[in-house]
Design a binder for this molecule. Sequence first.
Ligand code: SF4
Ligand code: SF4
Ligand code: SF4
Length: 347
Amino acid sequence: MSTVNEKITSEIREKVRELLASGHVAAFLGYTSGSVPMVMQPLIIRTPEDADRLEWNSFCVLNLANYLPALLKSFEPPRRPGDPPPEGPLPKVGVLATGCWSRNMVIQVQENQVDRDRVVVVGISSRGMVDRKKVLAAVGHRDVTAVYEYDHSLKVSGPGYEREINRWDVVRDNCRTCVHPDPVIFDHMIGDLKGERDVADRFRQVEDIEVLAPEDRWSWFSTEIASCIRCYACRNACPLCYCPTCFVDDSRPQWVGKSIDKADTAIFHILRAYHCAGRCTDCGSCESACPMGIKMRILTRKLQKDVLELYGAEAGMDMQSPPPLSTYKMDDPQDFILTESIKGEEK
Ligand code: SF4
Ligand code: SF4
Ligand code: SF4
Protein backbone atom coordinates (compact mmCIF):
# COMPACT_ATOMS: atom_id res chain seq x y z
CA MET A 1 0.00 0.00 0.00
CA SER A 2 1.26 3.50 -0.83
CA THR A 3 2.32 5.89 1.92
CA VAL A 4 0.85 9.39 2.20
CA ASN A 5 3.95 10.90 0.58
CA GLU A 6 3.95 8.38 -2.27
CA LYS A 7 0.32 9.30 -3.00
CA ILE A 8 1.17 13.01 -2.89
CA THR A 9 4.15 12.44 -5.21
CA SER A 10 1.99 10.56 -7.69
CA GLU A 11 -0.72 13.29 -7.65
CA ILE A 12 1.89 16.04 -8.07
CA ARG A 13 3.39 14.28 -11.11
CA GLU A 14 -0.04 13.82 -12.69
CA LYS A 15 -1.06 17.46 -12.17
CA VAL A 16 2.28 18.88 -13.32
CA ARG A 17 2.33 16.64 -16.42
CA GLU A 18 -1.11 18.00 -17.31
CA LEU A 19 -0.10 21.65 -16.71
CA LEU A 20 3.02 21.35 -18.86
CA ALA A 21 1.42 19.26 -21.63
CA SER A 22 -1.46 21.73 -22.00
CA GLY A 23 0.98 24.65 -22.18
CA HIS A 24 -0.70 26.22 -19.15
CA VAL A 25 2.72 26.68 -17.55
CA ALA A 26 6.12 26.96 -19.21
CA ALA A 27 7.99 25.55 -16.21
CA PHE A 28 7.26 23.98 -12.85
CA LEU A 29 9.15 24.36 -9.58
CA GLY A 30 9.11 21.36 -7.25
CA TYR A 31 11.53 18.94 -5.59
CA THR A 32 13.69 15.98 -6.38
CA SER A 33 16.04 13.88 -4.25
CA GLY A 34 19.44 15.30 -3.43
CA SER A 35 22.66 13.32 -3.61
CA VAL A 36 22.63 12.28 0.06
CA PRO A 37 19.80 10.95 2.29
CA MET A 38 17.49 13.50 3.97
CA VAL A 39 18.31 16.25 1.46
CA MET A 40 15.76 17.28 -1.16
CA GLN A 41 16.69 19.82 -3.78
CA PRO A 42 14.48 22.27 -5.66
CA LEU A 43 13.93 21.23 -9.28
CA ILE A 44 12.65 23.22 -12.26
CA ILE A 45 11.19 21.13 -15.07
CA ARG A 46 10.01 22.31 -18.47
CA THR A 47 8.64 19.19 -20.20
CA PRO A 48 5.80 16.80 -19.24
CA GLU A 49 8.23 13.86 -19.50
CA ASP A 50 10.27 15.30 -16.63
CA ALA A 51 7.27 15.25 -14.25
CA ASP A 52 8.36 11.78 -13.09
CA ARG A 53 11.49 13.35 -11.61
CA LEU A 54 9.39 15.25 -9.05
CA GLU A 55 9.23 13.84 -5.53
CA TRP A 56 7.65 14.75 -2.23
CA ASN A 57 8.64 13.75 1.30
CA SER A 58 9.25 15.19 4.76
CA PHE A 59 12.66 16.61 3.84
CA CYS A 60 11.29 19.26 1.44
CA VAL A 61 12.42 22.00 3.82
CA LEU A 62 13.66 24.77 1.52
CA ASN A 63 10.98 27.36 0.85
CA LEU A 64 10.21 27.26 -2.90
CA ALA A 65 8.94 30.87 -2.85
CA ASN A 66 12.61 31.83 -2.64
CA TYR A 67 13.20 30.73 -6.25
CA LEU A 68 9.99 32.11 -7.74
CA PRO A 69 10.96 35.71 -8.65
CA ALA A 70 14.10 34.57 -10.55
CA LEU A 71 12.18 31.83 -12.35
CA LEU A 72 9.52 34.32 -13.48
CA LYS A 73 12.21 36.78 -14.55
CA SER A 74 13.94 34.09 -16.64
CA PHE A 75 10.97 34.23 -19.02
CA GLU A 76 11.10 38.00 -19.43
CA PRO A 77 13.11 39.73 -22.17
CA PRO A 78 16.25 41.45 -20.83
CA ARG A 79 15.62 45.02 -19.71
CA ARG A 80 17.83 47.93 -18.69
CA PRO A 81 16.81 50.19 -15.79
CA GLY A 82 14.17 52.60 -17.08
CA ASP A 83 13.03 50.38 -19.96
CA PRO A 84 9.23 49.96 -20.16
CA PRO A 85 7.75 46.69 -18.91
CA PRO A 86 7.47 43.96 -21.57
CA GLU A 87 4.29 44.00 -23.63
CA GLY A 88 1.86 41.14 -24.05
CA PRO A 89 1.22 38.15 -21.80
CA LEU A 90 4.30 36.48 -20.37
CA PRO A 91 4.56 32.72 -19.71
CA LYS A 92 3.22 31.37 -16.42
CA VAL A 93 5.13 29.11 -14.08
CA GLY A 94 3.81 26.55 -11.61
CA VAL A 95 5.01 25.99 -8.05
CA LEU A 96 4.22 23.77 -5.07
CA ALA A 97 3.07 25.57 -1.93
CA THR A 98 2.36 24.47 1.62
CA GLY A 99 0.86 26.90 4.16
CA CYS A 100 3.95 28.97 4.98
CA TRP A 101 5.35 29.01 1.43
CA SER A 102 2.00 30.25 0.13
CA ARG A 103 2.05 33.02 2.73
CA ASN A 104 5.53 34.02 1.57
CA MET A 105 4.11 34.17 -1.97
CA VAL A 106 1.38 36.52 -0.73
CA ILE A 107 4.11 38.77 0.71
CA GLN A 108 6.01 38.58 -2.58
CA VAL A 109 2.90 39.66 -4.49
CA GLN A 110 2.25 42.49 -1.99
CA GLU A 111 5.87 43.64 -2.34
CA ASN A 112 5.72 43.50 -6.16
CA GLN A 113 8.27 40.68 -6.45
CA VAL A 114 5.81 38.24 -7.99
CA ASP A 115 2.91 38.71 -10.41
CA ARG A 116 0.11 36.50 -9.07
CA ASP A 117 -1.39 36.24 -12.57
CA ARG A 118 1.75 34.51 -13.81
CA VAL A 119 1.90 31.87 -11.07
CA VAL A 120 -0.07 28.62 -10.93
CA VAL A 121 0.03 27.44 -7.34
CA VAL A 122 -0.36 23.73 -6.62
CA GLY A 123 -1.23 23.59 -2.92
CA ILE A 124 -0.41 20.91 -0.36
CA SER A 125 -1.59 20.94 3.24
CA SER A 126 1.57 20.40 5.28
CA ARG A 127 2.06 17.47 7.69
CA GLY A 128 5.21 19.16 9.00
CA MET A 129 8.73 18.65 7.69
CA VAL A 130 11.45 16.64 9.39
CA ASP A 131 14.62 18.21 10.83
CA ARG A 132 17.58 16.15 9.60
CA LYS A 133 19.66 17.44 12.53
CA LYS A 134 17.13 15.87 14.93
CA VAL A 135 17.34 12.59 13.00
CA LEU A 136 21.13 12.66 13.18
CA ALA A 137 20.95 13.32 16.94
CA ALA A 138 18.50 10.42 17.34
CA VAL A 139 21.00 7.99 15.76
CA GLY A 140 23.94 9.33 17.75
CA HIS A 141 25.37 11.27 14.79
CA ARG A 142 26.33 8.04 13.00
CA ASP A 143 26.53 7.96 9.20
CA VAL A 144 23.11 7.67 7.56
CA THR A 145 23.07 5.85 4.23
CA ALA A 146 19.31 5.36 3.76
CA VAL A 147 16.03 6.66 5.15
CA TYR A 148 12.65 5.13 4.34
CA GLU A 149 9.63 7.13 5.33
CA TYR A 150 6.39 5.50 6.55
CA ASP A 151 3.37 7.65 7.44
CA HIS A 152 4.26 7.97 11.13
CA SER A 153 7.84 6.79 11.39
CA LEU A 154 11.21 6.80 9.65
CA LYS A 155 13.44 3.77 9.15
CA VAL A 156 17.00 5.09 9.30
CA SER A 157 19.97 2.88 8.49
CA GLY A 158 23.73 3.16 8.22
CA PRO A 159 26.84 1.00 8.62
CA GLY A 160 25.93 -1.71 11.16
CA TYR A 161 22.63 -0.31 12.38
CA GLU A 162 18.97 0.21 11.56
CA ARG A 163 16.66 2.32 13.68
CA GLU A 164 12.95 3.22 13.54
CA ILE A 165 12.13 6.75 14.73
CA ASN A 166 8.73 8.27 15.50
CA ARG A 167 8.21 10.90 12.81
CA TRP A 168 6.63 13.56 15.03
CA ASP A 169 9.62 13.39 17.42
CA VAL A 170 11.90 14.68 14.66
CA VAL A 171 9.56 17.22 13.03
CA ARG A 172 11.06 20.73 12.85
CA ASP A 173 10.34 23.11 15.73
CA ASN A 174 8.51 25.58 13.47
CA CYS A 175 6.29 22.83 12.02
CA ARG A 176 5.41 21.49 15.48
CA THR A 177 3.98 24.89 16.41
CA CYS A 178 2.45 25.74 13.02
CA VAL A 179 -1.24 26.66 13.16
CA HIS A 180 -1.74 27.36 9.43
CA PRO A 181 -0.74 24.21 7.49
CA ASP A 182 -3.08 24.94 4.56
CA PRO A 183 -2.04 27.08 1.59
CA VAL A 184 -3.82 30.45 1.66
CA ILE A 185 -3.61 30.75 -2.15
CA PHE A 186 -3.80 27.88 -4.62
CA ASP A 187 -5.12 27.11 -8.09
CA HIS A 188 -5.04 23.33 -7.69
CA MET A 189 -4.98 21.30 -4.50
CA ILE A 190 -3.18 18.00 -3.88
CA GLY A 191 -5.25 16.19 -1.23
CA ASP A 192 -7.62 18.00 1.11
CA LEU A 193 -7.33 21.13 3.20
CA LYS A 194 -6.79 20.20 6.86
CA GLY A 195 -7.92 23.42 8.59
CA GLU A 196 -6.21 25.38 11.36
CA ARG A 197 -4.28 23.47 14.03
CA ASP A 198 -4.83 24.20 17.68
CA VAL A 199 -1.43 24.60 19.34
CA ALA A 200 -1.67 25.61 22.99
CA ASP A 201 1.96 26.63 23.52
CA ARG A 202 2.60 28.08 20.12
CA PHE A 203 5.23 30.61 21.24
CA ARG A 204 6.79 28.49 24.02
CA GLN A 205 10.32 28.68 22.55
CA VAL A 206 10.14 32.49 22.70
CA GLU A 207 8.40 32.66 26.07
CA ASP A 208 11.09 30.50 27.67
CA ILE A 209 13.62 33.20 26.73
CA GLU A 210 11.36 36.21 27.40
CA VAL A 211 11.11 35.31 31.10
CA LEU A 212 14.88 35.43 31.56
CA ALA A 213 16.65 38.46 33.04
CA PRO A 214 18.16 40.78 30.37
CA GLU A 215 21.72 39.56 31.07
CA ASP A 216 20.59 35.94 30.73
CA ARG A 217 18.81 36.74 27.45
CA TRP A 218 22.00 38.36 26.18
CA SER A 219 23.97 35.34 27.30
CA TRP A 220 21.51 33.03 25.44
CA PHE A 221 21.84 35.17 22.29
CA SER A 222 25.65 35.40 22.46
CA THR A 223 26.01 31.66 23.02
CA GLU A 224 23.55 30.80 20.25
CA ILE A 225 25.34 32.85 17.59
CA ALA A 226 28.89 32.10 18.81
CA SER A 227 29.44 29.39 16.18
CA CYS A 228 28.05 31.47 13.26
CA ILE A 229 30.50 31.42 10.36
CA ARG A 230 28.71 34.24 8.45
CA CYS A 231 28.07 31.96 5.46
CA TYR A 232 24.67 33.67 4.93
CA ALA A 233 22.94 30.40 4.04
CA CYS A 234 20.10 31.55 6.33
CA ARG A 235 19.71 34.80 4.42
CA ASN A 236 20.01 33.11 1.03
CA ALA A 237 17.33 30.55 1.91
CA CYS A 238 14.81 33.24 2.86
CA PRO A 239 12.26 34.49 0.31
CA LEU A 240 12.12 37.81 2.17
CA CYS A 241 15.80 38.56 1.51
CA TYR A 242 15.74 39.73 -2.08
CA CYS A 243 17.65 43.02 -1.72
CA PRO A 244 19.97 43.51 -4.73
CA THR A 245 22.73 44.40 -2.25
CA CYS A 246 22.26 43.13 1.28
CA PHE A 247 23.43 45.46 4.06
CA VAL A 248 26.11 42.90 4.99
CA ASP A 249 27.61 43.02 1.50
CA ASP A 250 27.53 46.79 1.09
CA SER A 251 30.92 48.48 1.24
CA ARG A 252 29.86 52.09 0.56
CA PRO A 253 28.90 52.64 3.32
CA GLN A 254 30.00 49.53 5.17
CA TRP A 255 27.21 49.00 7.69
CA VAL A 256 28.83 46.02 9.39
CA GLY A 257 32.23 44.30 9.42
CA LYS A 258 32.69 41.16 7.35
CA SER A 259 34.54 39.04 9.91
CA ILE A 260 33.19 36.72 12.59
CA ASP A 261 33.83 39.41 15.17
CA LYS A 262 31.19 39.00 17.93
CA ALA A 263 29.70 42.48 17.55
CA ASP A 264 29.48 42.22 13.74
CA THR A 265 27.84 38.81 13.95
CA ALA A 266 25.35 40.09 16.51
CA ILE A 267 24.49 43.08 14.30
CA PHE A 268 23.94 40.79 11.32
CA HIS A 269 21.50 38.60 13.23
CA ILE A 270 19.62 41.46 14.88
CA LEU A 271 19.24 43.48 11.66
CA ARG A 272 18.32 40.49 9.52
CA ALA A 273 15.59 39.60 12.02
CA TYR A 274 14.26 43.18 12.05
CA HIS A 275 14.17 43.23 8.25
CA CYS A 276 11.81 40.25 8.46
CA ALA A 277 9.51 41.78 11.11
CA GLY A 278 5.86 41.50 10.13
CA ARG A 279 6.89 39.56 7.00
CA CYS A 280 8.31 36.29 8.35
CA THR A 281 6.00 33.28 8.02
CA ASP A 282 8.12 31.04 10.28
CA CYS A 283 8.77 28.68 7.36
CA GLY A 284 12.00 27.52 9.02
CA SER A 285 13.99 27.56 5.78
CA CYS A 286 16.72 29.74 7.34
CA GLU A 287 17.21 27.38 10.26
CA SER A 288 17.12 24.28 8.05
CA ALA A 289 19.84 25.77 5.82
CA CYS A 290 22.26 26.62 8.65
CA PRO A 291 25.29 24.32 8.68
CA MET A 292 26.03 25.20 12.31
CA GLY A 293 22.64 24.36 13.82
CA ILE A 294 22.00 27.91 15.03
CA LYS A 295 18.43 28.62 16.14
CA MET A 296 18.24 32.07 14.55
CA ARG A 297 14.53 31.48 13.86
CA ILE A 298 13.75 32.27 17.50
CA LEU A 299 14.57 35.93 16.77
CA THR A 300 12.07 36.16 13.92
CA ARG A 301 9.60 34.11 15.96
CA LYS A 302 9.82 36.71 18.76
CA LEU A 303 9.03 39.45 16.25
CA GLN A 304 6.19 37.37 14.85
CA LYS A 305 4.75 37.06 18.38
CA ASP A 306 5.13 40.81 18.99
CA VAL A 307 3.47 41.73 15.69
CA LEU A 308 0.57 39.39 16.47
CA GLU A 309 0.14 40.82 19.97
CA LEU A 310 0.57 44.48 18.97
CA TYR A 311 -1.20 44.56 15.62
CA GLY A 312 -3.26 41.37 15.59
CA ALA A 313 -1.61 40.51 12.27
CA GLU A 314 0.18 37.52 10.80
CA ALA A 315 2.24 37.74 7.64
CA GLY A 316 0.69 36.72 4.34
CA MET A 317 -2.64 35.47 5.64
CA ASP A 318 -4.55 37.21 2.87
CA MET A 319 -3.79 39.26 -0.19
CA GLN A 320 -5.87 42.26 0.97
CA SER A 321 -4.06 42.90 4.28
CA PRO A 322 -0.69 44.60 3.73
CA PRO A 323 2.29 43.63 5.92
CA PRO A 324 1.62 45.50 9.20
CA LEU A 325 4.92 47.39 9.24
CA SER A 326 4.43 48.76 5.73
CA THR A 327 1.18 50.50 6.54
CA TYR A 328 0.13 53.22 8.97
CA LYS A 329 -3.04 54.27 10.79
CA MET A 330 -3.45 57.46 12.84
CA ASP A 331 -4.73 55.49 15.83
CA ASP A 332 -1.94 52.87 15.83
CA PRO A 333 -0.85 52.11 19.40
CA GLN A 334 2.55 53.66 20.00
CA ASP A 335 3.10 53.50 23.73
CA PHE A 336 4.95 50.15 23.45
CA ILE A 337 7.79 51.80 21.52
CA LEU A 338 9.22 53.29 24.70
CA THR A 339 7.97 50.63 27.10
CA GLU A 340 11.35 49.77 28.60
CA SER A 341 12.51 53.35 29.16
CA ILE A 342 9.13 54.46 30.52
CA LYS A 343 9.25 51.58 32.99
CA GLY A 344 12.77 52.64 33.90
CA GLU A 345 11.69 56.25 34.54
CA GLU A 346 8.88 55.09 36.84
CA LYS A 347 11.32 53.28 39.14
S1 SF4 B 1 19.25 40.77 5.59
FE1 SF4 B 1 18.10 42.63 5.17
S2 SF4 B 1 19.35 43.77 3.69
FE2 SF4 B 1 20.05 41.63 3.67
S3 SF4 B 1 18.88 40.68 2.00
FE3 SF4 B 1 17.78 40.30 3.92
S4 SF4 B 1 16.29 41.97 4.02
FE4 SF4 B 1 17.85 42.58 2.53
S1 SF4 C 1 13.21 34.53 8.26
FE1 SF4 C 1 13.43 32.27 8.15
S2 SF4 C 1 11.45 31.52 8.94
FE2 SF4 C 1 11.13 33.69 8.33
S3 SF4 C 1 10.40 33.64 6.20
FE3 SF4 C 1 12.66 33.86 6.16
S4 SF4 C 1 13.45 31.75 5.97
FE4 SF4 C 1 11.31 31.61 6.65
S1 SF4 D 1 23.40 29.97 8.08
FE1 SF4 D 1 24.08 29.72 10.20
S2 SF4 D 1 26.32 29.93 10.13
FE2 SF4 D 1 25.52 30.75 8.20
S3 SF4 D 1 25.24 32.97 8.59
FE3 SF4 D 1 23.29 32.00 9.05
S4 SF4 D 1 23.37 31.57 11.26
FE4 SF4 D 1 25.48 31.97 10.58
